[in-house]
Design a protein around this ligand. Sequence first.
Ligand code: NAD
Length: 551
Amino acid sequence: MKAAVTPISDSPSSNPDELRGLARLQDARVTKGTAFTEEERDRHGLRGLLPPRVMTMQHQVDRIMENLRAKPSPLEKYILLVALQNRNERLFFRTLIDNIDEIMPLVYTPTVGEACLRYAHIFREPRGLFVSLDDLGRVDQLLRNWPEDDVAVIVVTDGQRILGLGDLGANGMGIPVGKLALYTACAGVHPHKCLPVVIDAGTNNEALLADPLYLGLPRKRVTGPGYDALVDEFMQAAAQRFPDALIQFEDFESSNAFRFLKQYRDRYRCFNDDIQGTAAVTLAGLLGAARALETPLEEMRILFAGAGSAALGTAGLTLKALMARGLPEHEARARIALTDVDGLLTTRRSDLAPERKVFAKDLPDGGLLESIRHFRPHMLIGATGVPGVFSQAVVQAMAEHNARPVIFALSNPTSRSECTAEQAYSWSDGRALFASGSPFAPVEINGVMRRPAQGNNVYIFPGVGMGALAACASHVSEHMFLRAAEVLADQVYPIELEAGALYPPLRRIRRVCRDIAIAVAQQAVDDALAEPRTRTELEARIDSMTYAPHY
Ligand code: NAD
């Protein structure tokens, strides 16, 4: 019999407004550090505990940025930012929002990948909830330990497929923590309403199992009924403890990702970001590319390299978008082909699961290069997790029959990208319309500066989440993602499209997320997944829910 867990949620220190002196200065939720005013220093017993000069929040942001830029590596910068979040929450989010271009690649991909790899070695303080196999039968008690009662968004991973880095076990906690920081920074979900969760079912990563500092369960990953029972118990307990929360699945291995989505999408308010978020952001990029090429999407052929969760999710949503534009289903299917590690998905293959079989083509078998020659795609989307899959021959084959080949190398982190931005541009004589999953620096080709687009899920999930919450949608539907993709594609100004951008600049992200949230909430209402509300009411709800970090 497992020992009961004593809940801490009613501990006396949980009201930060009553804190005084050093306790107030050191509480991340309420501290202002050197920005406490003269009056506040008297009122809260802080006099003498701070240097005398009262600073502004802007001074503090400037100091953080100076320190951040002086750090020698992205990982060191990440560690500084985590420490800031633990020390002064409002300052962390102010700094992140005001410097989103510079800091997003640190708190999220690509640096978060390295941070997950090194998690046990850079660990300072826990953040989030760890639900392990040892907790089977008492997950509800664990959830009662979470100090906040009003949780709006839960991001959960089991660490089995972290970015393109594989099984990182409990080290995967970096992902929910990073995604939730972006929920707050981009859509304004209050940080106290965010709950990062790792489901620790073990790991098959030998290096982690051999590492004496590894912090997760040091045992092989459990699969089958034991694993399913843990996930299921978590879902039930989370929905009971936080009935209004939206649950976002992140970085589960592909077959589990599909399985859980199918199992839970009609039971809980949940979605899978790798499948649905990636699909929407990629579709928005395709719609943007179609706008740039002045050719309707329904006239394009699209080939995916990879047939995992990212590729299949995108193929499915693209199919819906093509049908929404008037193509009959069989014609829409004919415009989408996929390849996996064994080559093109063809009608002759007997190894295809139903969700893959529906895209099988009656074309000759072959690898990626042969598939390009036979299918003649206008758009090539890489979601393989394998660097170098877009070889020079592949890019040139795309450039042979397209004046402006559309090439998306979505695999994360940067080291896994199917090709680099420079390769896509140089191998296509600068003609490619390129987007990637991780950021690439601008490239000068033939004297012209090209700015690679980044198909980052952050354009989608915070806005979709906020929209679902604002509408109190019972479920998150495919229509809501389709709508999000369309709204995102329309956020790119014509002048930006001309320069090769397929997504709006990150500095407009809060505006973009708000517009997506409004459209998604409206879609939920239109689909009868939420109570009827006018657009003005939905806008007002979203604005009143939006957190802005000020003292
Ligand atoms: P997955 O493991 O489910 O799928 C990988 C697929 O690639 C499999 O179908 C496999 O057969 C195929 N593959 C492997 N080698 C191949 C090759 N040489 N040629 C063709 N296909 C090959 O992984 P996933 O969840 O689909 O993620 C794949 C990648 O997409 C990851 O690197 C991930 O970081 C990235 N991703 C990007 C975004 C984004 O940019 N927005 C979002 C989610 C995932």
